[in-house]
Design a protein around this ligand. Structure first.
Ligand code: GDP
Ligand code: ZN
Length: 357
């Protein structure tokens, strides 16, 4: 790997990306990572440092959905303008992981909120706000993105005994690491940092007030204030002061902190299942068969209640919807566990081969 390439290593550049990039390099493009995004403009970080960038007319023309445009965290192929007048993005490399959301005005258009996040810190607190249902939703979001989830139980300083909380969380989050932190005292912050060695990108997700910003400040320290400003020479005066959204940590990794990521929490608006389905669950306990699907089974107390009008049919529908979401989550967990088993096996098989030689 050339010297230029190794300067991109701390940003997450890898041999595999280097290989993927070869055809673009042949076209005269240079690799860079999107570190901030604004209406119509980007800040990219390449081997020569940061530059403002716009997307090429062709990229804009050929984009068929918003997801085809670069997002924070993306690796892109750029061409520098002469005389330090910024860069032009010509190509977006395939994404390893994607956090996306549906645009509010249409159900089907996907908007990429963040690309290539390696670790998703799912932050909640060690106080009675802890909701395992909500955590399941965040887990689903993390699995779907492709990022590795790490559960963070913050505000440890307010909790006399974290162990029951940890046990409760571990019961719903099989094989997911759990870290107990206090952004107030700094406890556990080093353990968090250990997930973000040079080249790795993390992001924090969680409801408002759980301590995400406080944890970011702990992780980034003074650095954030110092590195925030991006020089705006040659940018036609539009962007004067702004901040980067892919923030380097003092010891190597990167933290992705975008407004879009913070808005992901809006997804939990339809949360609150904890108490919501107590009625259905109580009825189901009276069904004749313990594995009753509440469809056409004889002696189904749920269907009886619907027939009598004491339970609304829609209640059963939304109950089912939640159930299938949870089943989906479990399947994903299973899939991931199996994948991890396979990986372990492969590593084992490889090391065996080596010793045999
Ligand atoms: P965010 O909305 O998730 O970014 O949460 P903030 O970082 O803004 O924190 C919300 C409030 O919780 C602030 O008043 C913080 O000072 C406080 N806070 C954050 N982390 C901790 C912690 O570990 N312990 C205590 N006691 N308070 C915390
Ligand atoms: Zn039933």
């Amino acid at each position: 790997m050339s010297e230029v390439m190794s300067s991109l290593r701390p940003l997450g550049w890898s041999d595999q990306l280097e290989t993927e990039f070869e055809p673009l390099r042949a076209d005269g493009l240079a690799p860079a990572r999107v570190v901030a995004q604004y209406r119509g403009a980007y800040v990219v970080h390449g081997a020569g440092g940061e530059a403002w960038a716009e997307i090429s007319g062709r990229l804009r023309h050929e984009a068929t959905t918003p997801a085809d445009f670069p997002a924070v965290g993306d690796w892109v192929g750029v061409r520098l303008r002469p005389e330090g007048d910024g860069a032009v993005v010509h190509s977006v490399l395939p994404r390893r992981t994607v956090f996306s959301r549906k645009t509010p005005w249409t159900e089907t258009v996907e908007q990429v909120v963040a690309a290539n996040v390696d670790v998703a810190f799912l932050v909640t607190t060690l106080t009675d706000e802890l909701s395992t249902r909500r955590l399941e939703r965040y887990l689903t979001t993390a699995w779907e993105s492709g990022a590795e989830p790490v559960i963070v139980l913050n505000k440890a300083d307010l909790c006399a005994d974290p162990l029951p909380f940890v046990a409760e969380v571990e019961a719903v989050a099989i094989a997911v690491p759990v870290v107990v932190t206090s952004a107030e005292t700094g406890a556990g912050v080093e353990e968090l940092r250990a997930w973000l060695p040079p080249g790795r990108t993390g992001a924090l997700l969680g409801s408002s007030g759980v301590g995400k910003s406080s944890l970011v400040n702990q992780l980034v320290g003074e650095e954030r204030q110092l590195t925030r400003e991006i020089r705006s020479d040659g940018v036609r005066g539009r962007h004067t002061t702004t901040h980067r959204e892919l923030v380097p940590l003092p010891d190597g990794g990167l933290l992705l902190d975008t407004p879009g990521m913070r808005e992901l929490q809006l997804w939990e608006a339809d949360d609150g299942f904890d108490a919501t389905f107590q009625d259905v669950a109580a009825l189901a306990a009276d069904c004749r068969f313990t594995d009753c699907a509440h469809e056409t089974e004889p002696g189904c107390a749920v269907q009886e209640a619907i027939a009598e009008g004491t339970l609304a049919g829609e209640r059963l529908q939304s109950y089912r919807k939640l159930q299938s979401e949870l089943a989906h989550l479990e399947r994903r967990l299973d899939k991931r566990l199996r994948a991890e088993e396979r990986k372990k096996w492969r590593t084992f098989a490889r090391s065996r081969r080596k010793t045999a030689w």
